[in-house]
Ligand binder design. Structure first.
Ligand SMILES: NC(=O)c1ccc[n+]([C@@H]2O[C@H](COP(=O)([O-])OP(=O)(O)OC[C@H]3O[C@@H](n4cnc5c(N)ncnc54)[C@H](O)[C@@H]3O)[C@@H](O)[C@H]2O)c1
Length: 377
């Protein structure tokens, strides 16, 4: 036990790439761990918004928490292409599949373990932190105490470490941060936010805490409210918009899909490439361009029925049936049907590439649907 305790600070903070024939050995320099400040209160209140990353030369050193979920690996790929493989560290509490482990630095990081997180940041000279760890809407309702711990206590750890070490911090929020009393059509950035899920409550908390740390301690906090994100190569993590990912798998493999939301449930959505590009763009935008720190971003809004009709244009035999999950339906009914993201477009030039027709052709082709269509013809 003693040995484990002695080794943990050394091992825990080191990013390893080990005995995998196709891997190159990556052992970034391990700096001595000496945490001088443990409270963000020590950050001057008039600190400038720019983090160390913008004043240092060279690319940022990036840490992604919760990186093995639906979005983290795609984000790591995008950032590695831009900043170099070794400058982007993926982390999670799950064991990475070998192709992920071999594709760049990976480290175990539990966001509830503040000391370990701090060691990783210090030992790897991290300058940007993208905090993806979370329990999503449906998963959160199934385990409220765990969602409260990961989404709220984990966020507190991340905020304190980011403030202590002058990091640029990105935390994604969600349409789930709105609730039944929010305006539902073209929901603006600033409106009533009274969500009824632990996920939504924790994300409102994250938005407010991040903005508070920004104003109080000069933390360079950046936040986007993502809509439902649709991707082909990773599984969704228990959100209310998961149907819009699963439908493509089932359309191509089975020619049919059973939807857990009603046919008329309209929700804001975005293709993963747009979502990740928005994240990179907001991280690279000059702080001076921001009139706020939490922005809506969106691309399209559709219902399951409209999505099914668009898929059927390419897969004529496709059929959708409905078996409504009351928990997910109640969550969806409390969310916006569309978002107003005009401030993101105006302030830092946000522009989406994918509307519904491009989304459907791209997703079907990524699932190998070209072959199916060719066979059908
Ligand atoms: N996917 C979407 O449609 C969507 C929409 C809006 C916002 N978001 C936000 O984007 C972020 C990423 O979403 P995602 O879909 O990839 O989520 P996901 O559920 O697929 O992945 C979350 C990851 O967090 C990890 N995690 C759980 N507990 C942890 C802990 N204690 N320490 C470290 N990691 C832990 C999980 O192992 C998992 O890999 C989340 O913050 C989510 O709220 C996602």
């Amino acid at each position: 036990m003693l040995v484990v305790r002695m080794l943990r600070p050394i091992v825990g903070g080191m990013v390893r790439t080990l005995a995998c024939r196709s891997c190159t050995a990556i052992l970034p320099p391990v700096l001595p761990v000496r945490v001088l400040s443990s409270s963000p209160v020590q950050t001057p209140t008039d600190a400038h918004f720019h983090s160390a990353s913008s004043s240092e030369t060279g690319p940022p050193r990036v840490l992604i928490t919760g990186g093995l979920g639906q979005l983290g690996m795609g984000l790591a790929n995008l950032l590695r292409n831009r900043f170099g493989k070794d400058n982007v560290i993926l982390s999670d509490i799950k064991k990475p599949p070998s192709h992920v482990f071999c594709s760049g630095p990976f480290v175990y990081a539990d966001v509830l373990d503040r000391q370990n997180l701090r060691e990783i940041v210090v030992n790897n000279r991290v300058t940007w932190l993208l905090h993806y760890s979370a329990l999503l809407s449906a998963a959160g309702e199934a385990n409220v105490s765990l969602a409260r711990a990961v989404n709220i206590t984990g966020l507190h750890n991340v905020l304190d470490i980011a403030a202590e070490h002058n990091l640029r911090l990105f935390v994604p929020s969600t349409i789930g941060a709105f609730g039944p009393t929010s305006p539902r059509n073209r929901t603006p950035d600033l409106s009533v936010q009274r969500p009824r899920t632990i996920y939504g409550v924790s994300k409102v908390h994250a938005e407010l805490m991040g903005e508070y740390y920004c104003h109080r301690y000069g933390l360079d906090f950046r936040c986007l409210r993502y809509p439902g994100v649709i991707s082909a190569d990773s599984q969704p993590g228990g959100g209310t918009t998961d149907y819009a990912v699963q439908i493509f798998h089932d359309a191509v493999k089975r020619g049919k899909f059973e939807c857990n939301l009603r046919p008329s449930t309209r929700l804001p959505m975005m293709y993963v490439d747009d979502c990740l590009r928005a994240t990179l763009e907001v991280m690279e935008a000059p702080a001076e361009s921001f009139s706020m720190r939490t922005y809506n971003v969106t691309a399209m809004s559709f219902t399951p029925d409209e999505l099914a009709q668009e898929i059927a244009k390419h897969v004529p035999e496709f059929r959708i049936t409905y078996c409504v999950d009351p928990v997910r339906q109640a969550i969806a009914d409390s969310w916006p049907v569309s978002l107003d993201d005009s401030m993101a477009r105006k302030d830092w030039g946000w522009k989406h590439d994918f509307d519904l027709p491009e989304l459907v052709t791209t997703m079907l082709s990524l699932h190998g649907c070209d072959t199916r269509i060719a066979q059908a013809n």
